[in-house]
Design a protein around this ligand. Structure first.
Ligand code: SIN
Length: 522
């Protein structure tokens, strides 16, 4: 682990760097000239100044999306497919620039950022293929004279909220007495979070107002620039920006009667608040909320594969994804060997600026995130945990860097057991039996992803069925795939993104009954 010099990216196409909101096909500033700053998490330097829109400017954007809906909902699915496909092509043509922006504002290593761009673009490719397949049904009626069919129609204007940061809460820890609803984390995929909502919305014929993540707005604004080049009609896609006004803007998106659907990715606390707000106009909702993923290693597992799965699942984006393993349960007979192998691999990571290709891991997003990681480590050590690798901040690299860490002898009274760390801490718990570990895994109030490694096919079925999560990785630590439904159960929310199901979140089913048809006559 060593200090890397900080870098400012040179874009091949500088016009992708936009310090403005995107409304009605134009990049605009706040009318009152207010702005907020965006910082590079590696250097902490200010890298951009972005408009702080007011609620009334967001209302204007919603009205524009409503006007654009009139003609966009009537476009042929094949026309929408071509637009999305063109947008996909443009994202891939600009992969290097978009990856550079992601690394700049989010900190993840360039190789991961390139991967994210391809993943993000894949949602447009996928939904360009789904648009022409919005089939309805032909339903046998209960009345002889009648015939019943269904059609799927766009739900209308959608509010897409990918972040929700709190600027008031010093700790940003759920349950904090200061302000209990805030823990923002959807700056973690600045490109993919937004495309996996916009893709199905546009495929279905909806128009959108998206709130860009305040820590990482540059990528979404670059993608908005490409919307224009892809020929997406003006007003169909609108990206609003704000920091301080975020709670009020979130409320507007949830209460404005023009908006018919809200899709939110963020914390469970904020999800609950938005759900309350959406009840005032009974909006359709999808919520992708917090996780606390169990990762189970049975004693019949291939340990090398389990170690590599744990590294992928735990340390992807430095532990800052909602599907990252949070509690790693290892069966007694293989506990020591697994811990040793995992710790050796983790000690080999290189932490530093995401722009240096030899670095495997970048910074955390901000000091609040580092603070939470530190608190979790301190709590574990106080209650008997043992550090096998890492365990400290990397202040010589900058305030947002923390060593990838492995802690053994974890117990269920420790905070990591019940709270998502959202950082690079592999916490190892010991267990004895299948029943015991499934009960432990299912103790969480949330249920987004769960992983396990075993070579016993019967056990694989049993455990996959028993885990109370929306997504299971059996013998893999990477489940994110545009083709696979993404979403949770319990307090991880509801609704599915990606896959053949994702478009349903943006449609309504209308039944049409043809009366007086009867039987053949004459
Ligand atoms: C996340 O929502 O944090 C994970 C994103 C993904 O893996 O698709």
């Amino acid at each position: 682990m060593r200090l890397s010099s900080h870098v400012v990216p040179k874009l091949k196409d500088p016009s992708l760097f936009r310090e403005a909101a995107f409304i009605n096909g134009q990049f605009v500033q706040a009318k009152d000239g207010k702005t907020f700053d965006v910082h590079d998490p590696a250097s902490t330097d200010r890298i951009a100044t972005i408009p702080e829109l007011s609620v009334s400017e967001v209302q204007d954007a919603i009205n524009i999306a409503r006007d654009a809906l009139k003609s966009f909902r009537r476009t042929l699915p094949r026309e929408r497919a071509r637009m999305l496909r063109k947008w996909y092509d443009l994202i891939m043509e600009n992969q290097e620039d978009l990856a550079a922006l992601i690394t700049w504002e989010n900190g993840k290593p360039l190789a991961d950022a390139r991967g994210e761009v391809a993943y993000a673009a894949a949602f447009f490719e996928w939904f360009s293929e789904e648009a022409p397949r919005m089939y309805g049904d032909n339903i046998p009626a209960s009345v002889r004279e009648n015939r019943v069919v269904t059609v799927k129609q766009p739900i209308g204007v959608c509010g897409l909220i990918t972040p929700y940061a709190c600027t008031r809460c010093p700790s940003s820890i759920p349950g904090s007495p200061t302000h209990t609803i805030c823990f923002s984390k959807r700056w973690n995929f600045p490109a993919a979070m937004i495309t996996r909502k916009i893709g199905p919305a546009l495929a279905a014929g909806c128009t959108i107002v998206a709130k860009a993540p305040e820590e990482t707005p540059l990528t979404s604004l670059a993608i908005a620039e490409l919307a224009n080049r892809a020929g997406i009609p003006k007003g169909v896609v609108n990206v609003v920006t704000a920091l301080k006004n975020t709670p009020e803007i979130g409320k507007e998106l949830c209460t404005n009667p023009i908006i018919k659907k809200v899709s939110f990715t963020g914390s469970t606390g904020v999800g609950k608040l938005l759900m309350q707000q959406c009840s005032s106009t009974l909006k359709k909702l999808s919520l992708e909320l917090g996780g606390n993923a169990p990762f189970i290693v049975f004693d019949d597992a291939d340990l090398d594969k389990a170690v590599s799965g744990a590294i992928t699942s735990k340390f992807r984006s430095s532990g800052q994804t909602c599907v990252c393993a949070n509690r790693i349960y290892v069966q007694d007979a293989v506990y020591n060997e697994f811990s040793k192998r995992l710790a050796e691999k983790v000690k080999g990571f290189r932490v530093g600026s995401g722009y240096h290709l030899e670095n495997t891991h970048g910074p955390l997003i901000h000091e609040r995130a580092v603070g939470k990681v530190q608190d979790h480590v301190e709590d574990a050590l106080k209650k008997g945990g043992t550090v096998l690798a890492g365990g400290k901040g990397l202040d010589h690299l900058g305030p947002n860097f923390y060593e990838p860490t492995v802690i053994a002898n974890m117990t269920s009274d420790m905070r990591i057991h019940r709270e998502e760390t959202f950082g690079p801490i592999a916490a190892l718990f010991r267990f004895n039996s299948e029943n015991e570990v499934v009960d432990l895994a299912n103790e969480a109030e949330v249920g987004l992803a769960g992983y396990f490694f075993s070579s016993d096919i019967a056990r694989i079925w049993r455990v996959a069925e028993a885990l109370e999560v929306g997504m299971v990785g059996a013998n893999t630590g990477l489940i994110s795939d545009v083709a696979s439904p993404f979403g949770g159960v319990k307090e991880s929310g509801f609704g599915r993104e990606g896959s053949k199901y994702g478009i349903d979140e943006y449609t309504v089913i209308k039944s049409i009954t043809f009366g007086g048809v009867g039987e053949l006559q004459g």
